[in-house]
Every structure is written in structure tokens, then in C-alpha cells.
Design a protein around this ligand. Structure first.
Ligand code: ATP
Ligand code: MG
Length: 228
């Protein structure tokens, strides 16, 4: 039985691809296999994977149908091969991202603590609500803060958290901390834990601990969601 994550956000540059790759890194660290499905014509994952530095437990598949009609087929194939599937979508309000969301066990909506990201994330949540009502089956989804400061909790964060709580929208904690190791991992075409093999990097353990904590928060959120 595989588990499917879909990363989506109508806003570009919030950290969908980075989150997809750090999730894949941690899944592999835990001894499992993962297929990343790239449903983004910008092909950032393809460029990352092309460097040939990924273990066999990571497969990267490019979905080249902009309408998303082939996505379900890719997911069905990936389910035969991998323990986990992570779908990375394009940062626009596109139908393919919503098809990915429909196929996923858990939809992750990365967002930074800004009013623009908040507007994008709540719009995506609203459309998922309508899909849920039309389709009749639940779509489990959570906002995940990205590029969070480890040192401080700025006023923009406090304000955004209050607005989300007032709207009854769940936001996971902890968020994904802003770390150079995550940028280097994308640039070097490798998993997070393999980064020291390819470049000079400071201690990566805090980054590994951060993504494990994020994964734990996702598991807890999903566990609670399916019980209610
Ligand atoms: N946690 C993080 N720490 C450091 N840099 C980050 C982090 N998350 C994202 N970034 C950087 O922010 C930029 C955008 O991130 P990313 O490409 O993952 O976003 P995206 O949502 O996939 O964008 P797009 O919508 O264009 O596909 C990249 O330069 C990436 O390296
Ligand atoms: Mg991306």
C-alpha cells in the first residue's frame, strides 16, 4: 500500500519543489522508496535528477500532459513500484494541480507567512472544499509554513497564524526552516543526507531533524483527520 502526497499552491516560489525533495530525502532515510512525479512543465525536478546522484530507491517521472489526464496512470504505475509518491505541481491556479490533489492521500500546501501567500493558500483551500462537496470524498490537506526563521517568530507569522485560526484552517507546526542546505540539495542533484558527498556544507543534522519533525506533524495530522 503506497501513500501519496501532493504539493500544491497557486502561488509560485513558496517551496513546493523543495518540500517535495526534502520529503523524499527523509522517506529514503527511513528505508522506504519514493517516486516523485513532476507535474510542472518547468521541469525543476528533472534537472535535479539528471545529475545522476540519486539512489535506486528514488524514481523521478515527468508528467507531460498539461491537462493532467495522464496523471492517474503515472500514479497507478508508481504505486506498483514505490512505498511513497510525491507529486510536485506548478505554481499557478491550474487544473492539473487539483487533479493531483484529488488523487492524493494528503495535500500539502506550502506557504510563507505573508498576506499574499495567505490569500493564495485560502483560495486553494476553498476550491478543495468545493471539490470535496462535489466529489463526496474527503480531501485531507494542510498548510505547511516554509522558509521559516529558526531564531525568531516575526509579527507577520503571529498575524497569519491568528488569521488562519480564526478561519478554522489548520496549519502544521513546525514549519520548514529556511536553510541553505535545502538550496544546496537542489543545486547538487542529491538527497539531503548525501549533500556532504558533493559539496562543502555545514552540519546537516539540524536540517534532517527539521524535516523529520515536519513529517511527524504530517503523520499526526493525517492520523487525526482519518479518525474524524
Ligand atoms: N526551506 C527553504 N530554505 C531555503 N530556501 C528555500 C526553502 N524553500 C524554498 N527555498 C528557495 O526558494 C525558491 C523557491 O523554492 P521552490 O522552487 O521550492 O518553490 P516552488 O513553490 O516549487 O516554486 P514554483 O512555483 O516556481 O515551482 C528556491 O530558490 C528555493 O531554493
Ligand atoms: Mg516548483
Amino acid at each position: 500500500m503506497s501513500f501519496t502526497f501532493a504539493l500544491m499552491s497557486p502561488k509560485g516560489g513558496v517551496g513546493k519543489t523543495t518540500t517535495a525533495v526534502i520529503l523524499a530525502s527523509q522517506i529514503v532515510r527511513l528505508g522506504k522508496s519514493v517516486t516523485l512525479i513532476e507535474a510542472d512543465p518547468n521541469a525543476h525536478l528533472q534537472r535535479w535528477a539528471r545529475q545522476g546522484r540519486l539512489p535506486d530507491s528514488v524514481q523521478v517521472v515527468f508528467d507531460d500532459d498539461p491537462d493532467g489526464l495522464s496523471l492517474q496512470g503515472h500514479i497507478d504505475c508508481a504505486r506498483e513500484q514505490s512505498d511513497y509518491i510525491v507529486i510536485d505541481t506548478e505554481g499557478t491556479n491550474n487544473d492539473r494541480a487539483f487533479i493531483a490533489a484529488h488523487c492524493a492521500d494528503l495535500v500539502i500546501i506550502p506557504m510563507q507567512f505573508s498576506s499574499m501567500d495567505l490569500a493564495g493558500a485560502t483560495a486553494a483551500m476553498g476550491r478543495l472544499d468545493r471539490m470535496e462537496q462535489d466529489g463526496g470524498s474527503p480531501i485531507f490537506r494542510a498548510l505547511v509554513p516554509t522558509k521559516v526563521s529558526q531564531a525568531i517568530r516575526p509579527a507577520s507569522q503571529i498575524e497569519t497564524e491568528l488569521a488562519l485560526t480564526a478561519a478554522g484552517i489548520p496549519i502544521l507546526s513546525p514549519g520548514i526552516v529556511e536553510k541553505d542546505a535545502y538550496r544546496l540539495m537542489l543545486a547538487n542533484g542529491c538527497l539531503l543526507q548525501d549533500l556532504p558527498l558533493y559539496t562543502k556544507v555545514a552540519n546537516i543534522q539540524p536540517a534532517i531533524d527539521n524535516i523529520q519533525a515536519v513529517l511527524n506533524a504530517m503523520a499526526e495530522f493525517y492520523g487525526n483527520a482519518i479518525q474524524t
